[in-house]
Design a protein around this ligand. Structure first.
Ligand code: UDX
Length: 458
């Protein structure tokens, strides 16, 4: 079969896999290939057991795999054969040398740029899909043009805004698609080609274009703004706990102001995930590198409040449970950084589990999707940790339950049965405010929500 375009994605991760699967699904006229250096990952994409869990992803991949969607490890061959290359390799926070803990580690990016240059035999459009510091496209361009051959590359920025757990919905019906390009004739032509791809299923008015630097920066800024809302509401939650105000009521009143809006105002044990902290620290690093220390401090405080929120949660547990957790059995309900994903990157559960172990508590961890990752995250930690899928079995005999993830199943459990099976006095610390606190209190629990007065029997 002759395909209209041959599109490649380098990097078969959380962004590359689902995004290119959606392009293949919506555009049967294009051949879409996803490559990765990791053969195990590619084998998983080619199997019935995909490497990531996303509602709706299985169906899409199964519908198009082998038709116009392919997963492969033959990176060099695929580079040669494609016209448009999305680069979606990971850009973790750099953990060494200059910018350690803040800057993005661009080694995979640079290697990829060099590999594209080496293998290309025809002109190509390169699309930045990974979240990158502003001006990365420039570095990419410099590497690509520093070859003796005559091949022309256009670099575009097309940040991905999908959130985990809703990736397929976000891809199918995005708020907007952002495409940044050079404002040269060839840059604009490349941009139009990418616009055409998305226009197969996204309304034109939702496909916005900008200069390449604005596009790169927008991705960092939207995540910084979202995280800032959570830190803002969490800082007020701490105040509510002291003043008998109720954070849900405050958030509702604040969020109904149409200028503020009601999204991302759920107080929680803390935000997690692979993006928020990484992108903010990246923004902080960029601000500092331009001498904008006040701007850098401002954004860094969003992360500091988030760290404080986790510690505050542990200190609340400690003080509620008579200032000692030694030998007490605590069940963590959920370990994923949010519901509907098995991902635990930067999950508050990791920090809290480690702190509780430091306080010499025993832990039982339950989660419907994230237990394997939890075991990896907590590997080598000295202390007693057990893992179980069933929340009833997990909480039996425990002194306390701490809700880490807002899985819907937790809200609908038989808490009378759970109460009967627990040690007394029984505590619940609801780090997501998903439970019916009044009802739990009536059953006999001592209940500690986030940002609301505690309900205790003492
Ligand atoms: C985020 C961005 O939303 C997405 O656009 C970007 O592409 C990647 O980063 P993601 O990390 O998948 O997506 O999760 P998100 O739904 O944004 O939640 C992040 C964290 O904030 C989670 O730990 C979540 O539980 C927490 N959260 C979210 C809150 O604590 N309160 C809220 O009101 C909303």
């Amino acid at each position: 079969m002759m395909f209209e375009k041959r599109i490649l994605c380098i990097g078969a991760g959380y962004v590359g896999g689902p995004t290119l699967a959606m392009i293949a699904y919506k555009c049967p006229q294009y051949k879409v290939t996803v490559v990765d250096i990791n053969p195990t990952r590619i084998a998983q994409w080619n199997s019935d057991d995909l490497p990531i869990y996303e509602p709706g992803l299985d169906e899409i991949v199964k519908a198009v795999r082998g038709r116009n969607l392919f997963f492969s490890t033959e990176i060099e061959k695929e580079i040669k054969e494609s016209e448009i290359i999305f680069v979606s390799v990971n850009t973790p926070t750099k953990m060494f040398g200059v910018g350690a803990g803040m800057a993005a580690d661009l080694q995979h990016w640079e290697k990829t740029a060099r590999q594209i240059r080496k293998c290309s035999e025809s002109d190509k459009i390169i699309v930045e899909k990974s979240t990158l510091p502003v001006k990365t496209a420039l570095a990419m361009e410099r590497i690509l043009i520093s070859s003796d051959n005559e091949i022309h590359f256009d670099v575009l920025s097309n940040p991905e805004f999908l959130a985990e757990g809703t990736a397929i919905k976000d891809l199918e019906d995005p708020d907007r698609v952002l495409i940044g390009s050079r404002e040269t004739p060839s840059g604009l032509k490349a941009r139009d080609q990418l616009v055409e791809i998305y226009a197969n299923w996204v309304q034109r008015e939702r496909i916005i274009t900008s200069n390449i630097w604005s596009s790169e920066l927008s991705k960092l800024v939207v995540n910084a703004f979202l995280a800032q809302r959570i830190s803002s509401i969490n800082s007020i939650a701490a105040l509510c706990e002291k003043t008998d105000a109720d954070i849900t009521e405050v958030a509702r009143a604040v969020g109904m102001d149409s200028r503020v809006g009601n999204k991302f105002l759920n107080a929680s044990v803390a935000f997690g995930g692979s993006c928020f902290k990484k992108d903010i620290m990246n923004l902080v690093y960029i601000c500092r590198s331009y001498g904008l220390d006040e701007a850098a401090d401002y954004w860094e405080d969003v992360v500091k409040i988030n760290d404080y929120q986790k510690e505050h949660f542990v200190l609340n547990m400690l003080s509620a449970m008579f200032n000692t957790l030694v030998g007490k059995k605590i069940c963590l309900f959920g370990f994923a950084f949010k519901a509907n994903t098995g991902d635990t990157r930067e999950s508050p559960g990791i920090f809290i589990a480690k702190r509780l172990i430091e306080e010499r508590a025993e832990l039982v961890i339950t989660d419907p999707k994230a237990l394997n990752n939890a075991m990896i995250d907590l590997e080598g930690i000295e202390g007693k940790i057990t893992y179980a899928e069933d929340p009833y079995e997990s909480s039996a005999g425990c002194d306390a339950i701490a809700v880490m993830t807002e899985w819907e199943i937790y809200a609908n459990l038989d808490f009378e049965k759970i109460y009967r099976s627990m040690a007394k006095p029984a505590f619940i610390f609801d780090g997501r405010n998903i439970l019916d606190h009044k009802r739990l209190f009536e059953i006999g629990f001592n209940v500690f929500p986030i940002g609301k007065p505690a309900l205790t029997h003492f």
